[in-house]
Every structure is written in structure tokens, then in C-alpha cells.
Design a protein around this ligand. Structure first.
Ligand SMILES: Nc1ncnc2c1ncn2[C@@H]1O[C@H](COP(=O)(O)OP(=O)(O)OP(=O)(O)O)[C@@H](O)[C@H]1O
Ligand SMILES: [Mg+2]
Ligand SMILES: [Zn+2]
Length: 392
């Protein structure tokens, strides 16, 4: 639109191109790509009075993030010189438009492919496993996820715990359900992390589903293949305790995954943790390291230098040494995470300790684990193909 500079008003209305350029800076909150590339911008008009009208097409009518989208569009266009008002109206894509989008995002190929298992995948897949329940897998997973996201990485979390599904609550999204576009499921965003839980595949939160056998396998594949993860640097998988169906199923579908073993310092816990590591090796997965959780309680009187060994000591080192000897490669202890009531409270409130109390020793220990895992500072020699260090 050719508007001549107006001598009366300081700035003239923006051109359509300028408005389109501003819209190109707005990402769809779920797909995380510019709305202009996704065919979500329908009509745009600019009035001489500086009123800009934008029609945005939602992928589905029930899009839970329409307010975010409206706000982001208004802010981006409103920031242009000469705009007096932004009118955003929301429409919904037609079936054809939605199919086009699905095609564009996933390609025309089979939707049953797990992108992380394809040769050349740049995503590090790290499964968090333990022999015993309650040792802190889920707590470690969510804190590592936000720590990695805080380091600028694009991070996804799959809650593959068929019994627990504690990840969504620990990230404050216990009641959220994913949006579905055609056969694609959009992960739910929490603290900058993309999350999908096996619990989200249930129609109702309180419903009990006995995930087993082929049904369990299908649900796991669905979370990996039908969820639109986008380009991830890291995918963390929170496994149920032990060496059951889930570990076997994931081992079959993701043999390029690495395994992070979580244990407590207790000798008995260390013994069962070794089994989880051995299982990983049977599935041809590499053990990336061991995290010893609930390592000690900082003495309330003397301070952190006096460690109260509530659950004994040495479990992490023992698992690492045993697995290292068995597999013939170095299995490091990546961190010793102390007991901290704030870590539990953070899980209950939905804000991981890494975000609520980043200076807490437990948070620092977990941040260090995240750093070691993602900077590739440990030897990457001998890693299987497809495991490229992240941080590109
Ligand atoms: N370092 C810690 N300090 C204090 N509390 C902790 C710590 N680690 C975990 N917890 C608490 O212990 C409980 C069990 O932790 P979490 O749910 O992470 O373990 P899990 O291994 O995932 O358990 P499950 O086997 O049931 O899935 C939670 O209430 C959690 O908040
Ligand atoms: Mg758990
Ligand atoms: Zn003391």
C-alpha cells in the first residue's frame, strides 16, 4: 500500500509488508514456528488511520493458547511505528488447511516413524532409570529438563511411567491436555520444556488404565512418533522403576538412547540399580552415568560440610564402578544430590527446585549433571552412531 508521508502526523501507517514481517516474529506457542510459515495468518488489512486488522486461523477451535497468540500478535504488530490499534480476530483452519499443515510439519511419509530413532537424528535421547521406586527419577528428570532448557537447549520430556505420571504435576501442568491437529499431538509446554505424559493419553485424569503388552507399546510409540516434538536437542524419558515392559519396549524402539541410572547411597538400592544398568546394556543402550540422589542431609547445625548420611553411603560409586567394569567403558558418577525438603516442595508445587531455588546445593548438583551431560565434556569416544553432542 502506497502511503505518502503525512506532514500532519509524525508517522504514517505501516505497509502490509511491514505488518507481515512483524507477524513473522510471532511463533505459534505450541508448534514454535512463525505463524506466517504455518498458514495461520489469513487476512491482513491496514487502514490509513493506522488500524491493523489481522485474522489468525487456529489449528483447532479448542486451542488452549488462543489468548497467548492474540497477545503476541497484538504486541508484535502494535510495536510498528504508525499503528494506532490492532484488531485480532480468530478463525479456525479448514480440514484441508489442517491436513496441509500436518503434511508440512511431518512430511508425507509414514507417521509411525520415531524421528529420534532415524539415522542422522541430532537429538540426544536420555532415559532416566532406576532399579527401585521412589529414588527420585522423576525429580531428577524434571530438574535436568529445566536446567538444560535454561542452557538454551530445546528439551522434551516423555513421562513413560505407566504407574505414576508424576512429571506433569512436578512441572505444574497436571490438568493440561495436549492439543491434537489431525493425527499429530502437540506436547504441552512447561517452563520452556515440551512435555508429553502417558497419563495425558487417558481421556480422564482419574481414569485407571492398566497399560500392558501391545497396548503399552503402542502408547509409548505414540508418544514418540505421533507427538510433534519439533527439533529437540535433548529428549529425556522418565521411566517407571525396575526393568519391566517399558524398559524393554523403549529398548526396542530407541536402541540409540543413553541411560542415566538414579540410585540412593544404600547398598541394597545400589544392587538393584545395577540391574537397571545391565538391562540397558542388554538393549544395546549406553549408560551415560549415575546420579546418587538423597546422598546426604546437610547438617542443620554445622552446615553442608558435615554430611549426615541418612541412607548410608557409597551407592552411586558402587553402581558406577560395577557397571563400568562389566561394560568396559567409563561410567561416571555425574552428581551427588543432597536431601532437601525444598526439592520435594518444588515437585509438589509444580516449580522445580532449579527454578525456585537455583542456589540450593541440590539444585547446583543437578545443574552440574545437566552441564556435564550436554557439554560432552566426558569422553564421547565409543558412543554409538546418532549420538552427537548437543549445543549446535
Ligand atoms: N533429594 C531429595 N530431597 C528431598 N526429597 C526428595 C529428593 N529426591 C526426591 N525427593 C522426594 O522423594 C519422593 C520420590 O521422588 P520421585 O517421585 O522423584 O522418585 P521416583 O524415582 O520417580 O519414584 P517412582 O519410582 O515412584 O516413580 C518425592 O516426594 C520427591 O519429592
Ligand atoms: Mg517417578
Ligand atoms: Zn553437624
Amino acid at each position: 500500500m502506497a502511503t505518502m508521508p503525512d506532514r500532519e502526523t509524525a508517522t504514517s501507517a505501516p505497509t502490509l509488508d511491514q505488518v507481515r514481517a512483524a507477524l513473522a516474529t510471532v511463533n505459534d506457542p505450541e508448534i514454535k514456528k512463525p505463524v506466517t510459515e504455518l498458514g495461520m495468518v489469513d487476512e491482513v488489512s491496514v487502514g490509513a488511520d493506522g488500524v491493523v486488522a489481522v485474522q489468525i486461523l487456529l489449528t483447532v477451535a479448542a486451542c488452549p493458547l488462543k489468548e497467548t497468540l492474540t497477545r503476541d500478535v497484538t504486541a508484535a504488530v502494535g510495536a510498528l511505528a504508525g499503528v494506532s490499534r490492532v484488531d485480532v480476530s480468530l478463525g479456525v483452519m479448514t480440514d484441508e488447511q489442517r491436513q496441509g499443515l500436518r503434511q508440512q510439519l511431518k512430511g508425507a511419509g509414514s507417521s509411525r516413524d520415531i524421528p529420534f530413532a532415524l539415522p542422522g537424528s541430532l537429538t540426544r535421547v536420555i532415559a532416566v532409570a532406576s532399579g527401585k521406586g521412589g529414588v527420585g527419577k522423576s525429580s531428577v528428570t524434571v530438574n535436568l529438563a529445566v536446567a538444560m532448557a535454561g542452557r538454551g537447549l530445546s528439551v522434551g520430556v516423555v513421562d513413560a511411567d505407566v504407574y505414576g505420571h508424576s512429571v506433569p504435576d512436578m512441572l505444574g501442568i497436571g490438568d493440561r491436555r495436549p492439543t491434537q491437529v489431525e493425527d499429530m499431538i502437540m506436547p504441552v509446554d512447561a517452563h520452556g520444556v515440551r512435555v508429553m505424559s502417558i497419563g495425558m493419553l487417558k481421556p480422564r485424569r482419574d481414569q485407571v488404565v492398566a497399560w500392558r503388552g501391545p497396548m503399552l507399546d503402542r502408547a509409548l510409540v505414540q508418544m514418540l512418533a505421533d507427538v510433534f516434538w519439533g527439533d529437540l536437542d535433548v529428549l529425556l524419558l522418565d521411566l517407571p522403576p525396575g526393568t519391566g515392559d517399558v524398559a524393554i519396549s523403549l529398548g526396542q524402539h530407541l536402541s540409540n538412547a543413553e541411560v542415566l541410572v538414579v540410585t540412593t547411597p544404600q547398598q541394597a538400592a545400589a544392587e538393584v540399580a545395577e540391574r537397571a544398568g545391565t538391562m540397558a546394556s542388554m538393549m544395546h543402550q549406553r549408560v551415560a552415568g549415575v546420579v546418587e540422589n538423597m546422598s546426604y542431609l546437610p547438617c542443620p547445625h554445622c552446615g553442608p560440610d558435615h554430611r549426615l548420611e541418612v541412607f548410608g553411603s557409597g551407592g552411586g560409586a558402587r553402581v558406577a564402578a560395577t557397571l563400568g567394569k562389566r561394560f568396559g567403558y567409563d561410567v561416571p558418577v555425574l552428581g551427588e544430590v543432597p536431601l532437601d525438603p525444598r526439592l520435594r516442595a518444588g515437585g509438589d508445587s509444580g516449580t522445580p527446585l532449579l527454578l525456585s531455588d537455583p542456589d540450593a546445593p541440590a539444585a547446583q548438583a543437578l545443574a552440574e549433571v545437566a552441564r556435564t551431560l550436554t557439554t560432552g565434556s566426558r569422553g564421547l569416544a565409543g558412543m554409538q552412531l546418532g549420538l552427537s553432542p548437543v549445543g549446535r
